[in-house]
Design a protein around this ligand. Structure first.
Ligand SMILES: [Ca+2]
Length: 276
């Protein structure tokens, strides 16, 4: 049976048709490297517009998000908006807000866009400075009914603002999560990932996930290489997350020399399936 690579659940598509821009023409992207584009958000829209609500929901809160993160994530355009030039900008600000000292945003596609085996990629430009923790990642669509880490987590890219030349990949599941995640990192040619856009991707098949930066594969996990007695939980759809954390367990404190505001900029997020 052929697997369905991408499920779109676009409940809001019922009215109007003039603003269908971000929805990919499923035939338009076929060809390159055997991938067929099945969904994308190119972040086209007017400056100051919110992230497309057909795809993205802001998760609001400031409880540390399980990682001692310092920011309060809002649904304000000050923290997440299009720039009018084809980009989504998530902005971390130093400001007192709801008891937190910083604000930022965390956008998720849960219930709206789910991806499965294929290729998932984003073209991103990172913030910089100690304590900046942007991530493009995925959680199993059964979350939160299935608790973490049993739901599975694929971190397409994580990044520490104090190490601006390093891209980090990780896979979390039952028996391999948190400090025991199956992870790796690579130094990216040219140095700072904050200076230019780079393309971060995973290529995901029935038995293997490969992480790439600018098409260079640097991390690979297969069913067979999982730790003994643990389970592969990547046979299900996943939803996407884009967020910029400030501080927390992965990056440590905010540096005294970290300049605010800081921007995590996305040119696009795309999902492909294997071309028929
Ligand atoms: Ca774009």
């Amino acid at each position: 049976m052929r697997r369905v690579a991408v499920l779109l659940m676009l409940a809001a598509l019922g009215c109007g048709g003039e603003d269908a821009g971000p929805v990919a023409d499923a035939g338009a992207g076929s060809g390159a490297n055997g991938w067929q584009l099945v969904w994308s958000d190119e972040f086209e829209g007017s400056a100051g517009a919110p992230p497309d609500p057909r795809f993205w929901t802001p998760e609001v809160g400031g409880d540390g998000w399980g990682n001692e993160q310092l920011e309060f994530n809002t649904d304000r355009r000050e923290n997440a908006a299009l720039d009018g030039s084809g980009h989504l900008v998530i902005t971390a600000r130093r400001e007192l807000y709801q008891g937190a000292s910083y604000t930022s945003a965390r956008l998720i596609t849960r219930g709206l866009v789910e991806v499965s085996q294929g290729r998932v990629e984003a073209r991103l430009k990172m913030p910089v400075g100690s304590g900046m923790w942007p991530a493009f990642w995925m959680l199993g669509a059964s979350f939160p009914e299935t608790s973490w880490p049993a739901c599975g987590e694929i971190d397409v890219v994580e990044y520490r603002g104090q190490e601006p030349g390093i891209a980090n990949a990780a896979l979390h599941g039952p028996g391999y999560s948190g400090g025991q995640a199956i992870d790796d990192s690579t130094a990216v040619a040219g140095g700072g990932l904050n200076r230019d856009f780079h393309i971060f991707a995973v290529e995901w098949s029935a038995d293997e996930i490969v992480w790439l930066v600018d098409e260079y594969p640097y991390h690979r996990v297969t069913r067979e290489t999982l730790p003994p007695l643990t389970t592969w939980v990547f046979d299900q759809p996943f939803f996407l997350l884009l967020n910029l954390a400030v501080g927390g367990s992965y990056v440590g404190p905010v540096g005294a020399d970290t300049v605010f505001p800081q921007a995590f900029v996305a040119d696009y997020v795309r999902a492909y399936e294997v071309a028929p």
